[in-house]
Design a protein around this ligand. Structure first.
Ligand code: ADP
Length: 309
């Protein structure tokens, strides 16, 4: 058996002294498709944020390829994030860039040569049925189109790990099936896929390994539909539920940092409320600062191989 790619060991995450994820331990192998499920507020997005190190555990460790995620030096963390595609629940598209530019951006920050960017963007526009919307701005898109744009961006750099947080939350059943098929395809091509979804139909249709959370505690780790019986004794189950309304607003690390956004480019704080740029071309208009990594040591995550899609 291959060594585990992702290892959660007794991970607890607290916000203002209240645990929203409790004593979580599980391993994910390279190439697995794992569905993270449970009711709203169970802690799924918190796990996604921990996985991309937008947050660090209050206690316990998260290892990726044997390296403690909390301890990764900045440059290695950048490499890890470049190999990890994320489809966020609220998309986090750049509101002042077109669909094509949003996809291109993910490649620019990975120092992909300009000559290769256009071809890759075109490929993804076709793959995600976005050609007719290439020059549209996020506020001009439907929920399904935003989801496909966010997925195209997540896939742009051929990530080895793809994390999708509630990707079917704002789309109809047919479009949901399309997204799930694509995730399966990406997984078949070698990527590890972690899908967070509260939707029973989604979980039932996938038939993959399910990690089920309830009030921040892992109560199930097995293959099967949403209602398969719990497999883990909820010994550490919380005595009281965490009331979302009693907690402060999430204080996430800004997406600019998550995506290692080049400092020269303006990043609006709130997405999708900016004026469109008529006549935008597929080629990004902004010049981008490319960071050089010549003096870097080989990163721990270098052994994660990119996938083909
Ligand atoms: P899910 O994705 O399963 O709906 P979340 O992980 O978003 O659940 O949230 C789990 C709990 O943690 C909720 O009660 C939520 O309000 C709380 N929470 C999440 N992030 C934060 C944060 N940054 N600050 C305070 N509370 C948070």
């Amino acid at each position: 058996m291959l060594p585990s790619m992702i290892v959660f060991s007794s991970v607890t995450k607290e916000y203002v002294g209240r645990a929203v994820v409790r004593d979580l331990s599980f391993k994910i192998q390279p190439g697995e498709f794992v569905c993270l499920t449970g009711p709203s507020g169970a802690g799924k997005s918190t796990i996604v944020h921990l996985l991309i190190r937008a947050e660090c555990p209050t206690s316990g460790t998260i290892e990726v390829d044997g390296a403690d995620l909390s301890m990764l030096p900045r440059q290695v963390l950048q490499m890890y994030r470049r190999k990890t595609g994320v489809l966020f629940q609220d998309y986090k598209l750049l509101s002042d860039r077109t669909v094509a530019e949003n996809i291109a951006f993910a490649l620019e920050v990975c120092d992909v040569p300009e000559s290769d960017v256009a071809a890759r963007v075109e490929e993804l526009l076709q793959r995600l049925r976005l050609c007719d919307h290439a020059d549209a701005f996020p506020h001009e898109l439907s929920g399904g189109e935003k989801t496909r744009t966010a997925l195209a961006r997540a896939l742009a750099s051929r990530p080895s790990i793809l994390i999708a947080d509630e990707p079917t939350g704002n789309i109809d059943p047919d479009q949901s099936m399309e997204i799930l098929e694509l995730l399966k395809q990406v997984n078949a091509e070698g990527a590890t896929v972690i899908l967070a979804s509260h939707d029973q139909r989604v979980v039932d249709s996938l038939g993959v390994r399910v990690l089920r959370l309830e009030q921040g505690t892992l109560v199930r780790d097995s293959v099967g539909g949403y209602n398969a019986p719990a497999t883990i004794e909820p010994a550490s189950a919380p005595k009281e539920s965490v009331s979302p309304s009693s907690l402060p607003e999430p204080q996430m690390e800004p997406i600019a940092d998550i995506e290692e956004k080049p400092v020269a480019v303006h990043q609006p704080k709130h997405a999708e409320h900016h004026h469109p740029h008529p006549g935008a071309s597929h080629t990004p208009r902004h010049s981008v600062h490319h960071r050089k990594h010549d003096d870097e040591k080989p990163p721990i995550t270098a052994k994660i191989k990119p996938i083909g899609i």
